[in-house]
Design a protein around this ligand. Structure first.
Ligand SMILES: C[S@@+](CC[C@H](N)C(=O)[O-])C[C@H]1O[C@@H](n2cnc3c(N)ncnc32)[C@H](O)[C@@H]1O
Length: 252
């Protein structure tokens, strides 16, 4: 389980991308005061914070299978209803929410179609179901340089390109298979600035997600080879990384 890490490690590795993405993703949801929202795969709360800001803590529910993330988000937002659990088995009655969002989660679901079906079930008819996944397949995601360096060193490494929703159009296909209606695909892009190479590299050593898991199982020599290759592929510091995510908005 690659999300059994501290909220701080997540913030350093992925939060720097997912927090600005959450601002744009929340905008896309066109939520209004009075709406009840569910954040599926909330992590330590990057998107939850946006929902709380727009709707108030009482109107927000969040769920995630990672114990450290559930503990962190409960400490951060004591008034938000936070549950441990997975998208595929949401512990809520039908039609409980006006919107259900999953930011950077569908590709980690064991069964993405049933996860999206569950999101639709707990959303009232006509309510919004939305999801986004980094463009890992098209090389537009935040980890593109990392996986390119890995594949230069180890062409058989799996990477994240084949995960659900990571290629153009696949999120919409999954939504269609889940029976969602009025499916609208789009994409979002964020830019993150790094002042030094170490600022970019160190978070990969914290064991977060598939990339972190890949680095932590390398011996020191292989890790050095990978770090050197990444440094060769990146521009000289300071530099900016643009990260794009495939998104879909649909109706339950
Ligand atoms: C990349 S993080 C995204 C966290 C947060 N939404 C964000 O944008 O920062 C992926 C999250 O999905 C959670 N996750 C993994 N499998 C899941 C599943 N089947 N259902 C719901 N969440 C899941 C992980 O625990 C992790 O918190």
């Amino acid at each position: 389980m690659t999300f059994n890490v501290t909220a701080d490690a997540y913030a350093r590795f992925m939060g720097r991308y997912s927090e600005p993405l959450a601002v744009q993703f929340a905008e896309l949801a066109h939520m209004r005061p009075g709406h009840r929202a569910l954040d599926v795969g909330c992590g330590p709360g990057g998107l939850t914070a946006q929902l709380v800001e727009r709707l108030g803590a009482d109107a927000v529910t969040a769920i995630d299978p990672s114990d450290p993330f559930v503990a962190a988000i409960r400490a951060r937002f004591p008034e938000v209803d936070v549950r441990p659990g997975v998208a595929e088995h949401l512990p809520f009655p039908d039609d409980s929410f006006d919107l259900a969002l999953a930011q950077l989660v569908v590709h980690f679901m064991t069964d993405p179609v049933s996860g999206l079906q569950e999101m639709a079930r707990v959303t009232r008819p006509g309510g919004l179901v939305a999801a986004c996944v980094w463009d890992h397949a098209g090389g537009g995601g935040p980890l593109a340089t990392f996986w390119r360096a890995v594949h230069d060193m180890d062409p058989r490494a799996r990477g994240e390109a084949e995960l659900a929703g990571a290629r153009e159009g696949h999120l919409a296909e999954l939504c269609e298979a889940a029976g969602l209606k009025h499916i609208e695909p789009t994409s979002l892009t964020v830019k993150v600035r790094f002042t030094t190479f170490a600022d970019w590299w160190e978070p990969f050593t914290l064991g977060v997600g598939p990339a972190g898991a890949y680095v932590t199982q390398l011996d020191e020599a292989r890790r050095d080879v990978l770090r050197t290759r990444c440094a060769q592929l990146l521009p000289p510091a300071p530099f900016e990384v643009a990260a794009s995510a495939w998104c879909v908005r649909a109706r339950a």
